[in-house]
Write a protein that binds this ligand. Sequence first.
Ligand code: G6P
Length: 369
Amino acid sequence: LMAEKGGYRHFMLKEIHEQPRAVRDTIAGRLLEDSGDVHLGDLNFNDQQLSRIRRIVIVACGTSWHAALLGKFYLEGRCRIPVEVDIASEFRYRDPVIDGSTLMMVISQSGETADTLAALREAKSRGAMAMAICNVVDSSIAREAGNVIYTHAGPEIGVASTKAFVTQLTALYLFTIRLGRSIGSIDAETGKAMLASLKRVPSLLEEVLKLNGCTEKIARKYMNARDFLYLGRGKNYPIALEGALKLKEISYIHAEGYPAGEMKHGPIALIDEDMPVVVLAPRNSAFEKTLSNMEEVIARSGRVIALCSAGDDEVSGRAEDVIQIPRLDEDMDPLLLSVPLQLLAYHVAVLKGTDVDQPRNLAKSVTVE
Ligand code: G6P
């Protein structure tokens, strides 16, 4: 079994470490560097079909839903098409507004999640164009969607999704480039710059994995906390949600992800010297605002674990614990930030002695309602 786990103690740790390779495989053979475009072999929409899209609805469950939330930022920001994101079990029962100019995108690692499959069928029956982002080739969702972007994460065994998530974000970025180049919202130069950023991700993920020891120390310090709060703004808000979900799933510690600016409308009441607050504060357009949210936590004796850009003294000087990630750009930061949050959850769980790969009450793929 140890061999199956590649020498790692758990599948989850192995899969966390496979992320540079997983992203490399997900972009391999797909980048058209001369035209700043991408080639997606299982996505059969032509330019004329793509130009019909007036609205995009992304539907998923769990970790895949968090990927969808970031996809909204990519697609609206770069393609200027309105995007709505929904949870599959909600979407399928709410009599959704869908027509032939709606692109229904479902995201599923397994391709077998019952609610996601039902949501896809519902949208198709109302005439939507359909596509899926899937990790499992020929899964039910991949087959029924017809148009697919496969993530090449490889088999994911750990119940808590890690490498599948990061490759879903990669696939969303690839699709954003394809759609934007097709409809003209992304010019060749911008497309090339986006490809260049994407290409740097695998080696930067390797850098980020070196934070393993540092996150373990932080895990040891906070493992007995009863609750954790994760804060992020903009593109990093979905990552805050995902960080909190990882911790909940495998360590059984209550954790909540919140948009940092919304903290004052509720969670701020919970802050005290016992509650670790993970703040995602890389240098980006939301940086100053996030920093002031961090100050609000510190002023109430909250204990801040900050994730910031390498060499950021402003954050490092204030937070109790700091995790620094390499600088890349605002679009790709969420991928880099995901890794230390996975490692933090992993180490807390290991220290608490839970069953990391098979957490209680959870299933890898939920094929019943
Ligand atoms: C289960 C798994 C999660 C996963 C979710 C959606 O709850 O435990 O890790 O994110 O299903 O799965 P899917 O295969 O559709 O991405």
